[in-house]
Design a protein around this ligand. Structure first.
Ligand SMILES: Cc1cc2nc3c(=O)[nH]c(=O)nc-3n(C[C@H](O)[C@H](O)[C@H](O)COP(=O)(O)O)c2cc1C
Ligand code: SF4
Length: 431
């Protein structure tokens, strides 16, 4: 474990500007606006190799540059604090523990890209975090860190807080933008992308809470020092939200390059008594399921890409062998079916068909042809869905079909190896 990004969480009073400043807070901002041009700030972030922590791992400086290059009087910075991915609760730790760090990251981002207005889009189920943010913004307005002529410089930027109402898709950046505009949360067709045409048609930077919290750290310690953390391709640290059958569940900051095995057995002190690991789902419900044999995999964007998977939001769900894989995937798919905005056919219809086929399997009515069909539907959704929700929804299905094919096949033979789905072992005899 390491303590670079979250070092102030739980150590200072979240709304004490005095304690924040005494701990080095606003050093990054002051360095940026008094000693560096906006381009130099972007170059520093570029040199750090920071990649987005919201799920897609997009290079942060590249996105900032797209917004900076746009010629517009109005530009926006949005902090994506929707945190709707099941099993993900790491942004809350930063928002509640050190809100000024996240806001400082937003102010630096606004300076770098030339934005004058910002929004924090906070998950509707985080009312306490919302209160903290409202108070935090007010304090910073009073102290001259937000508003007109920040710290006396010819740079103005202010922030409003908006909250979601429980829709998972509103974490997707274009659905989020629709929601802020007061429209139903549905993803937009892309292009145009938000950096070119986002909120109210203006250039808009959308970054995750954790991405933004990295910015003051990079600016204050410098990108060269920052790069000493992590690996060459994945610099810095990552917050993981660990849940499931491990002894110590919670949010942990790790250096990139740490293996899943180290997370499960060293950091979380292994499995609960009497529980045996079956797989780890990485990145939330839309993430891949990795069997025990792949626990030596390093949490590193390039290493994960070799397995054709991503780190997603950094959720780590540790599942034990009492769980039926088919049932597990069916539950996850029900979530996506419920959350699908219905705008495009592959996602709207695909999830329903997958649930129907998985129902067949757990009811003892599955066939070999169903397995082929599951693969085909999943591939269509992955390739043809309009937004990331539908594209990623079948990831758990595809990875379990790959790593736990036997368990699906066993269901066709009327046998659930875990014995926990509606098709219990021994209920019917293979025919
Ligand atoms: C269905 C869906 C839900 C998402 N939810 C979130 C979320 O809760 N928080 C987040 O930061 N990004 C979420 N994203 C990713 C955002 O669209 C966007 O890529 C991200 O906020 C960009 O920030 P980053 O570059 O700092 O990672 C979601 C994407 C999809 C497709
Ligand atoms: S993939 Fe799903 S959530 Fe995204 S636009 Fe299509 S129907 Fe809506």
């Amino acid at each position: 474990m390491v303590n670079l990004l979250s070092k102030l969480c739980g150590k200072i009073s979240p709304l004490s500007i005095k304690e924040y400043k005494e701990s080095g807070g606003f050093e990054g901002l002051e360095k940026a606006i008094f000693k560096m041009s906006p381009k130099e700030v972007i170059d520093e972030v570029k040199n750090s190799n920071l990649r987005g922590r919201g799920g897609a791992a997009f290079p942060t400086a590249l996105k900032w540059n797209f917004v900076a290059m746009e010629n517009s009087e109005d530009k926006f910075v949005i902090c994506n604090a929707d945190e709707g991915e099941p099993g993900t609760f790491k942004d809350k730790v930063l928002l509640d523990g050190c809100p000024f760090q996240v806001i400082e990251g937003m102010i630096i981002a606004a300076y770098a890209v030339g934005a004058n207005k910002g929004y924090i889009y906070i998950r509707g189920e985080y009312p306490k975090s919302k209160e903290i943010l409202i108070s935090g913004v007010k304090i910073l307005q009073e102290e001259g860190y937000l508003g007109n002529k920040i710290l006396g410089k010819d740079f103005s930027f202010d922030i409003e807080i908006r909250s979601g109402a429980g829709a998972y898709v509103c974490g997707e950046e274009t659905a989020l933008i629709e929601s802020i505009e007061g429209n139903p949360g549905r993803s937009r067709f892309k292009p145009p992308y938000p950096p070119n045409k986002g909120l109210w048609g203006k250039p808009t930077l959308v970054n995750n809470v954790e991405t933004l919290a990295n910015i003051p750290v990079i600016l204050s310690i410098g990108s060269e020092e920052y790069k000493k953390y992590g690996t060459e391709s994945s610099t810095g640290t990552k917050l993981l939200s660990v849940s499931g059958r491990v002894v110590n569940k919670g949010v942990y900051e790790i250096e990139f390059g740490t293996t899943l095995k180290e997370v499960v057995y060293d950091i979380c002190e292994g499995m609960e008594e009497g529980k045996k690991i079956k797989f780890v789902q990485l990145g939330g419900s839309s993430g891949a399921c990795l069997p025990e044999s792949l626990l030596d995999t390093k949490l590193d964007f390039d290493e994960l890409r070799k397995l054709e998977i991503g780190l997603g939001s950094g959720a780590v769900l540790v599942v034990d062998d009492s769980i039926c894989v088919v049932d597990f995937v069916k539950n996850a798919t029900k979530f996506f079916d419920h959350e699908s905005c219905g705008k495009c056919t592959p996602c709207r219809e695909g999830n329903k068909h997958i649930i129907k086929i998985l129902d067949n399997l757990t009811n003892g009515e599955g066939t070999e042809r169903d397995l082929k069909l599951l693969n085909e539907i999943a591939m269509v959704m992955k390739q043809a869905s309009l937004c990331g929700l539908g594209q990623a929804a079948p990831t758990a299905l595809l990875t379990t079909l790959k790593y736990f094919e036997d368990e699906y096949k066993n269901h066709i033979k009327y046998n659930c190896p875990a014995g926990t789905c509606s098709l219990k072992e021994g209920v019917a005899i293979n025919v």
